[in-house]
Design a protein around this ligand. Structure first.
Ligand code: PGA
Length: 251
């Protein structure tokens, strides 16, 4: 029996789109997923919060999940501009990205903060997608594996198990740049993450480890075939239905 986790192809729209855009993109993907019948992957769309209603409406009955791009660690309270995990669940989400490097950099999010968000997500019944990744300076200094594994250990809540957490390796220098690590480097880091979660997460072999950073239709097949790569977190290329669908088809 094939024991590898079912791949997850996640689209992170970041701060892009409009209701009309969401309706068109999610509608087109919904048609593709439904027409394909049986798919060998799970698809997830993470639009900006105000576009969730139109995205969900366009998904309709298709088997596509909805996710947030961030959440607060508190259940509710005086946190102007923030969104709780419970609100995301109420809006129809089943996942939420936490600790994306853009949040770590723009909002000073530490591993502790990310762990709090991931725990809040789990309490609300969402699977957090915990993002980790080294900067170019850290890679050049030979510290990539140390940095990434320490982020994993520092950001994953106690008591997590394969069904309640997803981890995404996204080298900061590969995001939106068109550059990707070599296949060997991706396998090295994913292998190190898999070892790091052994003993930290229940059923570690079944945890989905996504790769993210300049995934495109042209490199998806090679990346998704690598050992310990169980899907992709896609930014820019998830904003075009044909390109995102081609990435999913590479599973
Ligand atoms: P990219 O972004 O695919 O545009 O590089 C990935 C991400 O930041 O999740």
């Amino acid at each position: 029996m094939d024991n590898t986790p079912r791949p997850l192809i996640a689209g992170n729209w970041k701060m892009h789109g409009s209701n009309a855009f969401a309706a068109e993109l999610a509608g087109s993907l919904s048609d593709k997923v439904s027409n394909a019948g049986h798919n060998s992957f799970d698809m997830l769309l993470c639009p900006p919060a105000p576009l969730m209603g139109s995205t969900l409406a366009a998904i309709g009955a298709a088997s596509i999940a909805l996710g947030g791009q961030d959440c607060h660690s508190a259940e509710q309270g005086a946190h102007t501009g923030d969104i709780s995990a419970g609100m995301l669940a109420d809006a129809g989400c089943s996942y939420v990205i936490v600790g994306h490097s853009e949040r770590r950099a723009d909002h000073g999010e530490t591993d502790d903060v990310v762990m709090g968000k991931a725990a809040a997500a789990q309490t609300a019944g969402l699977a957090p997608i915990v993002c980790v990744g080294e900067t170019l300076d850290q890679r050049d200094a030979g510290e990539a594996i140390e940095v990434v594994t320490s982020q994993v250990v520092g950001s994953v809540p106690d008591g997590s198990s394969a069904g309640t957490i997803v981890i995404a390796y996204e080298p900061v220098w590969a995001i939106g740049t068109g550059r990707t690590p070599t296949a060997v480097d991706i396998e090295k880091v994913h292998g190190a993450i898999r070892s790091a979660i052994d003993g930290v997460i229940g059923n570690p072999g079944q945890v989905r480890l996504l790769y993210g950073g300049s995934v495109k239709a042209g490199n998806a097949e090679e990346i998704l075939a690598l050992e310990n790569v169980n899907g992709a977190l896609v930014g820019g290329a998830s904003l075009k239905a044909e390109e995102f669908w081609a990435i999913a088809q590479a599973c």
